[in-house]
Design a protein around this ligand. Structure first.
Ligand code: GTP
Length: 319
């Protein structure tokens, strides 16, 4: 099965980290967000993934010189100009000929961190196919849906309303678009891929009108890792056993002075933590150096922190 993974966004909310590293290539535990995505897709039966690239494609090409990741074959579709979500899907899917096939394919936003079993979403889509489903989307419950695409469904899973970022009080639903979809190849007819188009604002509302959009709601672990607080939380949840997956907190090649304190934190490969330094609830990126007596709390340090410097709730880009 094929997947299209959207990784071409600017990642503005995670600046300055994303000035140097595209969001999907940021660390998540001891891998990257994108590597975990591939682990997850492979488990669900995905053999081939097309990376829908736009902004900064070069680091992706460099990160996967053999064009595989977690056993998934990678294909690269590079947009000349940003095509937005549905434009990017249409362009990337055509680049590998999915518009000429009959089987459905998976689409995933590259910044979603979830324990959803992809195979469950594919199975739900296959059940809805006989009812005319062109797309089945994963839904997750949230407390405040105002920043998401809110979805109203019938008991059989058919979507009756899809409202992107609704004004307060306009919908009773707390279920939102969770950023993983299964699409029929024929849905590409409404995603030509030659101009910017939003799947959230245009394509999904259009499919609702055609009664061709279905949904699967689950309460699996789910985070949109695109904000500083949620990106940090995604890392800490992975080392603290709040997920089905778990990763090492401290990489075996990191060097920790025996007089430093490291608590509830990710420390990447080759990082160094100096004498008397305190690292609490933070991510220290691969090869970052935390100087003697520095304090790093609630922060992501992909670059160095000088001796005795104190940083709290900060994002530090690599130099
Ligand atoms: P912000 O700038 O912080 O909002 O992040 P973002 O650029 O990633 O935008 P957003 O989180 O809304 O995008 C959702 C997903 O679609 C992400 O995985 C993006 O990488 C991807 N995406 C958004 N716009 C485009 C685009 O024009 N082309 C491609 N290929 N992907 C896109």
């Amino acid at each position: 099965m094929f997947a299209v993974v959207l990784v071409g966004g600017f990642g503005t909310r995670l600046r300055p980290l994303t000035n140097a590293v595209p969001k999907p290539l940021l660390p998540l535990g001891q891998r990257t967000i994108l590597e975990w995505m591939m682990v997850h897709l492979a488990r669900g039966g995905v053999t081939d993934a097309v990376l829908a690239l736009g902004f900064k494609p070069e680091p992706f090409l460099a990160a996967f010189p053999d064009r595989t990741c977690a056993g998934v074959r990678l294909h690269f579709a590079i947009e000349d100009a940003p095509l937005d979500t549905a434009g990017a899907i249409g362009f990337a899917a055509r680049s590998v000929g999915l518009h000429e096939r009959t089987e459905p394919f998976v689409v995933a936003n590259g910044d979603i961190v979830t324990d959803l079993r992809i195979a469950d979403l594919v199975a739900a889509h296959r059940r809805h196919r006989t009812d005319g489903a062109l797309a089945t989307i994963h839904l997750t419950p949230v407390v405040d849906p105002s920043q998401y695409g809110v979805v109203e469904t019938q008991p059989d899973g058919r979507v009756t309303g899809f409202v992107e970022k609704p004004a307060p009080g306009t919908t009773a639903s707390r279920h939102v678009n969770a950023g993983t979809y299964v699409l029929e190849a024929s849905s590409l007819d409404v995603m030509p891929g030659d101009a910017p188009l939003s799947i959230e604002r245009v394509t999904f509302p259009h499919l609702v009108q055609q009664q061709a959009l279905f949904a699967l709601a689950t309460d699996d672990y789910w985070l949109d890792a695109g904000r500083p607080d949620s990106y940090l939380r995604a890392n800490l949840d992975l080392i603290n056993g709040r997920r089905n997956d778990r990763d090492d907190a401290v990489h075996s090649s990191a060097v920790l002075d025996h007089e430093c304190e490291v608590r509830d934190s990710v420390v990447g490969a080759g990082a160094r933590i100096g004498k008397g330094a305190r690292v609490i609830g933070s991510v220290i990126g691969p090869r970052a150096v935390i100087g003697d007596s520095a304090v790093v709390e609630g922060s992501v340090a992909l670059g160095d922190v000088a001796a005795s410097q104190v940083v709290r709730d900060a994002l530090i880009a690599p130099a």
